[in-house]
Structures are given as C-alpha cells and as structure tokens.
Ligand binder design. Structure first.
Ligand code: TXA
Ligand code: MG
Length: 339
C-alpha cells in the first residue's frame, strides 16, 4: 500500500479514506495519532496490526464535541461536564463508564470504560467532523518506539502499512495527553501530561496519581502502562542536574563509540564537548524540551553507531512531571552515576 501525505487542503480526501475504513494518521497538539473510524470494527483491528500493538490495550476515542461523548458514555456528571468545559479542546483524555455495548471490544480492550479526548489542533477537529465519526487514535508509532511528533516520524514507522498521513508540521506539546480516570471513586491521573494535577485540583478537589509501575507486579489501571515505551535502540541514561554533566562529559570522552546527548542550550554552551559527543539541543526550557524529546531520541535511533544516549533531567513540576515520566521509561530508570 502506498502511504499518501495529505496537506491541510487535502483534508476531505483524507476523511474519505477514513470513512472507507482505511487508516490515516493525524496531527494533534500532543503527538500524531493513528486514526481509524471508531465505529468500524474491521478498521480498528487494522490499527493494532499496523502498530504491532497488543490488542488488550484500549484506544482513545477522539471527538470533535461533547455531544458525541453523550452517545457512548453512561452519564456525564456535572463535574465531568465542567472538566470538558474547562480543558477541552486540549491535552486531557477522560476515562468514563460506557453504556452497555456502546463501543466495540476492539476499542475498549473489553473494559466497561473508554477514554475520550477532544484535541486542540484545529485540523484534527476538522478531520473528525469531515469523517463524521469519532476516530480512535493511538500514537502513530510502531509499538514500543517513541511517539511521533512529525509526519516524517509516522512515515518512518508506518509507511506501506497505512493509507495516509495528514501533515500539519511538528506538534506543539510533544508528549501525549494527560489520562484522567473519572470512572474511579477518586479521580486518578493514569498518565501525566500537559494538563497537570495542579491544574485539575481546583475543580476536582482530590486527584490521585498512579504511582510508577517499575518493579511492581500489580496490574496497571491503564493497560498501556505495562508495555515497554519510548525505547530507542541505544541505552538511555538520565543526567540529573547541571553538575552531573561534568563527569558525564568526561565519561563520553572515554568511550570509543559516538554518544548521543540531549541537553538544554545552557548546558550545551557551558562546556566543551568531546569529539565523539553528538549533541542535540532541547532548547531553553521544559516546553521546548518536551517538544523535542521524542524527536531527539528518534534522531539518534537513525545512527546505529550510537550505543549510548545521555539526556538531561528536569524538575518534576508542571510539564516536568510528564517529561520525566517519558524519559524514565525510555531510560528504564537508569541514571548516570559518576564513580
Ligand atoms: O496525546 C495522546 O493521548 C495521543 C494523541 C494521538 O491523542 N494518543 C495516545 O494514545 O497517546 P495511546 O493509545 O498511545 O495511549 C492511550 C493510553 C494507553 O496507555 C491506554 O492503555 C490508556 O490510554 N487507556 C485507553 N483507554 C483506557 C481505559 N478505558 N482505561 C484505562 N486506560 C485506558
Ligand atoms: Mg502510545
């Protein structure tokens, strides 16, 4: 199958493919999603195939308005309505109890709940409206690889396996949406994102956070959290602070292979890098770093001679919580430790 790149002007052709049960990747403000008609079981099955994703991992249903959610969700409580009012369109995914049999098992992974999200990227909403159906949209990467933040990333992973990609340039946020479970007794963040616990607290009063699952045996609430994620082929290590970059730079110099480095502009300018350091800038702050993290990891993945990647940590406040969550998964918790 040839994978066509659609521009914003060609949106109606992309929507026609979706209506015909084909897969079209679409941009959102977070990462690119792999779109299929959420009401078409055969189309949704193809999504798992294309990604190589385990089929017990449920999908997010992308909608262009709140009305669509009322067709599927058991009830929309006043609190849930307020949530949608305040944070939609935007990077917040809300898990709700479903009406019986409202969505196919391939969408929900057999759960009695589903995840809903109304993205803020205008082109996504235009596509959903033109398709006339809600769209499932897992991140449009091969399962296990970093999520795609450009159409080129999607093409790299999925060309030949999907009908098209709607291209709107690099995504704005760079890390996936916050997943908030509103079907739980107490609202619980299952995956941190750009909408933070601090953003949600004034409205919800109480918000729990699912603790990282590393080393734990219990079954995760968001099934996706149990699978390997964001893993480039090279070994990733976290460099905890500016001071640690000094021994880290010395360590790079002892290596015979090239080493990938993802650091801030300030950290890059502070020191002289060994010749074998391949340095990519994460920009000036947590916003630019979140935008560029996955692209940086993918860039090094294209260079098989790079066996090690060092990446700067950020404080776990605001968007830093989501950034560190993704980075720790990519690094499998490994921190650079100077001996
Ligand atoms: O930003 C995003 O959310 C992107 C863009 C494309 O919208 N999508 C995305 O989808 O990241 P995906 O499938 O890669 O991640 C969805 C996460 C998975 O960890 C999945 O297990 C969880 O949400 N999830 C989906 N439905 C769920 C449910 N009913 N209960 C618990 N977790 C659920
Ligand atoms: Mg994903």
């Amino acid at each position: 199958m040839e994978t066509k790149i659609y521009t914003a002007q060609e949106l109606s052709a992309a929507a026609a493919q979706l209506r015909a049960g084909e897969l079209v990747a679409f941009p959102t403000e977070t990462v690119y999603g792999l779109g299929a008609d959420a009401t078409n079981t055969a189309a949704v099955k193809k999504v798992y195939q294309a990604k190589g994703r385990p089929s017990d991992n449920p999908l997010i249903v992308h909608v262009a308005d709140v009305e669509t959610v009322t067709q599927y969700a058991a009830t929309l409580t006043p609190t849930v309505k307020k949530l949608m009012d305040q944070f939609w369109p935007g990077p917040l995914t809300i898990i709700l109890k479903l009406k019986p049999q409202a969505l196919a098992e391939v969408v929900t992974g057999g759960l009695s709940t589903a995840a809903f999200r109304n993205p803020r990227q205008p082109l996504t909403n235009a596509l959903i409206k033109a398709a006339g159906v809600p769209l499932v949209g897992p991140s449009a990467n091969t399962s296990g690889k970093p999520s795609p933040t450009t159409a080129a990333h999607v093409y790299h992973d999925l060309h030949g396996k999907i009908a098209g990609i709607l291209d709107a340039g690099p995504t704005e946020v760079g890390v996936e949406s916050t997943v908030l479970d509103m079907s739980a007794k107490t609202p619980t963040i299952l995956r941190p994102g750009a909408v933070t616990r601090a953003d949600l607290l004034p409205l919800l009063g109480e918000v729990l956070e699912q603790q990282p699952l590393v080393g734990k045996t219990e079954i995760p609430k968001a099934p996706g959290m149990k699978y390997t994620h964001y893993s480039p082929a090279a070994a990733v290590q976290i460099v905890d602070d500016d001071q640690q970059w000094t021994p880290a730079t010395a360590w790079i110099a002892t290596q015979s292979d090239p080493v990938g480095v993802l650091a801030t502009e300030q950290q890059i300018n502070m020191r002289k890098w060994p010749k074998n350091a391949h340095v990519i800038s994460l920009g000036t702050d947590i916003n630019t770093a979140s935008q560029r993290l996955f692209a940086g990891l993918r860039q090094f993945d294209l260079q098989p001679e790079i066996k090690h990647i060092l990446v700067t940590a950020f404080p776990r406040t605001g968007l830093g919580d989501a950034y560190m969550n993704r980075l720790e998964k990519a690094a499998g918790q490994k921190h650079f430790i100077s001996l």
